[in-house]
Design a protein around this ligand. Structure first.
Ligand code: CA
Length: 239
């Protein structure tokens, strides 16, 4: 489920807004209000689809409903924040949710309690985009390359779920925590292999190699993992 509504055709300065909302009537109203304001709108109803769209398109801002059918909007927000600074405005149905948005450091930029007027939301979108760093608001954030689903211990890459072993998952998840940070082999070992395992399994280099092979199947020309001779490994900061 979902659709894409273009802004002015051929106009590359049009900012794309992703609306993640499972109630079609609300989504319709929001879409209409945002388009009236000159935004292009992508709509989807599930968290899974939202991650796929974020991985493949330059989105300037996300309007995110807290209650989604497949996942909690807060979890989705945390996942998005692992790799992207795209501004996020929450749509909340209950005051208890407002407390969480305001009280927790989940990385949201603003929220709208339901019911709200779509025009008011459009005004909030404008205000948040004005606050956002220029590069990001202007061009849209870089596509979300990785998305971590910690509950299921899954990582998707460019919208595709990777088939990772437990150790591969833990290794890649560690690198994803701090892109650009060089983790030594010792640090990786300590994190990934908590319990004593057979020494055959404890080779960091071997696991990096298998992870790289799995990523290469999806993007043959890009290696997001960087080797630092004598130091360790890092995840490249920019895609
Ligand atoms: Ca909902």
């Amino acid at each position: 489920m979902g659709y894409t509504a273009a802004g002015k055709p051929g106009d590359e300065t049009v900012q794309r807004i992703l609306v993640v909302e499972d109630e079609p009537s609300i989504a319709d109203n929001i879409t209409y209000a945002l388009q009236t304001e000159g935004f292009a709108v992508d709509w989807c109803a599930t968290a899974e689809e939202a991650l796929r769209i974020l991985a493949s398109s330059a989105i300037s801002l996300v309007v995110l409903d807290v209650g989604l059918p497949d996942r909690n909007g807060f979890d989705l927000c945390r996942d998005i924040r692992r790799t992207s600074e795209v501004p996020i405005i929450f749509l909340t149905a209950r005051s208890a949710e407002v407390d969480r948005v305001v009280g927790l450091e989940i990385g949201a930029d603003d929220y709208m309690p339901k019911p709200f007027s779509p025009r008011e939301l459009a005004a909030r979108v404008r205000a948040v985009l004005r606050r956002a760093p220029k590069g990001e608001a202007g061009k849209g954030s870089p596509p979300l390359r990785f998305a971590v689903d910690a509950q299921r211990m899954r990582i998707s890459y460019c919208g595709e779920t990777l088939d990772l072993s437990r150790y591969e998952y833990r290794l890649l998840e560690l690198l994803l925590r701090r892109p650009g940070w060089v983790f030594s082999r010792e640090q990786i070992m300590e994190h990934v292999w908590e319990e004593p395992e057979s020494s055959m399994d404890r080779t960091v280099d071997t696991h990096v190699k298998t992870i790289r092979a799995k990523l290469r199947r999806i993007t043959p020309d890009i290696d997001p993992i960087q080797t630092h001779r004598g130091l360790g490994y890092s995840l490249k900061e920019t895609p």
